[in-house]
Design a protein around this ligand. Structure first.
Ligand code: SF4
Length: 376
């Protein structure tokens, strides 16, 4: 599919106010391009082509919950994975395939490459990015770290390789609470970047001493508490599931708060048949597929007044399409490159996170995995 057929959309979003710490989110403007939806016949042909190419190229698909349902279904059907960014990283590292096709956004492909530099990592569109990554440029972030040399630097997965290389710990939304709790128990003060809503949520839950970078996710930042209360009145039996990248007043209305994986678990296990969900609406596919007897409503955004023009759906996740997956598998285009000089240092905080979460999962002690590091 030529770029001429793609629909470019401009994505403007509000600048977060300057934080008390003085850290600012410096990106004012971004863009995305969304591939047109193929016809049924085109979809079937593209899926056949991708199935064949995955075998021929010894490749596996790794897709995020927010990408198009076709890319989620095809990943699972062909032995790949659909999951959150933590499990995507782990799966890509451990899988025997020599080529990973990562459908998601840029930092996910970079993380896969950092963990498996010997593998080829392909992405449907290398321009698929993230407002958190865009809003945390390395020079400004590094200066922020230099202002707080006594703090352990904890960064969210949604960051560039250079920012990861400046960090002590990487976290995703599924393990941030556990890791920050362990750091607090070890007496460490934290510098957190880049999502200010997730950081504030973690601080409220753990009581840790934290200073924050001032970034936001353009999708979750748009969920509105007032409208959510009105929707709750319309569906009084519904439980509210909220991703912690959402504003605090939205999180306060939640029956369950957590990562995409935690939202899936809550929907499966909670004693309810109706749910209101505040996260990217790409999640609805998995929620509805896994819970056919339950009803899911999208939490409200500001609608037409929203700064994110594709309400409740990430414009960059929407850049991933079947045609580009087929094209990159066929041609080897869109290979992810990470500066080799950065890889060893960027890998440290990721390895720390993976070791910590593996120990936690296996019921092992995590104390020895929390050394006192100070700023990187
Ligand atoms: S949904 Fe938000 S956090 Fe996720 S990739 Fe898009 S902008 Fe980034």
């Amino acid at each position: 599919m030529s770029s001429a057929t793609l629909n470019r959309i401009d994505v403007e979003y509000e600048q977060p106010d300057e934080a008390a710490s003085g850290a600012v989110c410096s990106t004012k403007h971004a863009w995305a391009r969304v591939p047109p939806e193929p016809s049924q016949a085109e979809r079937a042909a593209l899926k056949d082509r991708i199935r064949r190419l995955l075998k021929e190229k010894n490749a596996v698909m790794v897709s995020h919950y927010y990408v198009h349902p076709d890319l989620q279904d095809l990943a699972e059907e062909t032995g790949g994975l659909v999951s959150d960014s933590l499990e995507m990283a782990r799966f890509g590292r451990d899988h025997v395939a020599q080529t990973l096709v990562v459908s998601g956004v840029r930092f996910m492909g970079e993380t896969a490459k950092i963990l498996s530099p010997e593998k080829t990592v392909l992405m449907p569109d290398l321009d698929a990015t993230c407002s958190l990554d865009l809003g945390c440029p390395i020079d400004e972030f590094s200066a922020f770290c230099d202002q707080h040399p006594d703090r352990t630097v904890v960064v969210y997965a949604n960051t560039s390789a250079a920012v990861k290389a400046r960090a002590d710990w990487l976290v995703t939304s599924s393990c941030a609470l556990d890791i920050v709790s362990a750091l607090k128990a070890a007496g460490q003060k934290i510098l957190w970047a880049p999502d200010r809503h997730l950081g504030a949520y973690i601080q409220r839950e753990t009581g840790a001493d934290m200073v924050f970078w001032n970034g936001a996710c353009i999708v979750h930042d748009e969920f509105k508490a007032l409208e959510l209360e009105l929707l709750k009145k319309q569906h009084p039996q519904a439980k509210v599931l909220v991703h912690p990248e959402s504003p605090a007043d939205v999180v306060a209305l939640a029956d369950a708060v957590g990562s995409t994986s935690a939202i899936l678990k809550a929907a499966r296990e909670m004693d309810a048949t109706e749910f209101i969900v505040a996260t990217d609406n790409g999640m609805m596919h998995k929620l509805r597929t896994l819970n056919p007897g339950k009803t899911f409503y999208e939490a409200p955004t500001a609608g037409n007044s929203a700064t994110c023009k594709s309400c409740a759906h990430c414009p960059w996740m929407a850049m991933n399409g079947l045609a580009d997956v087929a094209r990159v598998l066929e041609t080897g285009a869109n290979a992810v490159h990470v500066n080799p000089a950065l890889i060893p240092r960027a890998r440290q905080p990721i390895d720390r996170m993976l070791a910590f979460t593996a120990a936690l999962k296996n019921g092992q002690s995590t104390g020895a995995l929390v050394p006192h590091l100070g700023a990187a």
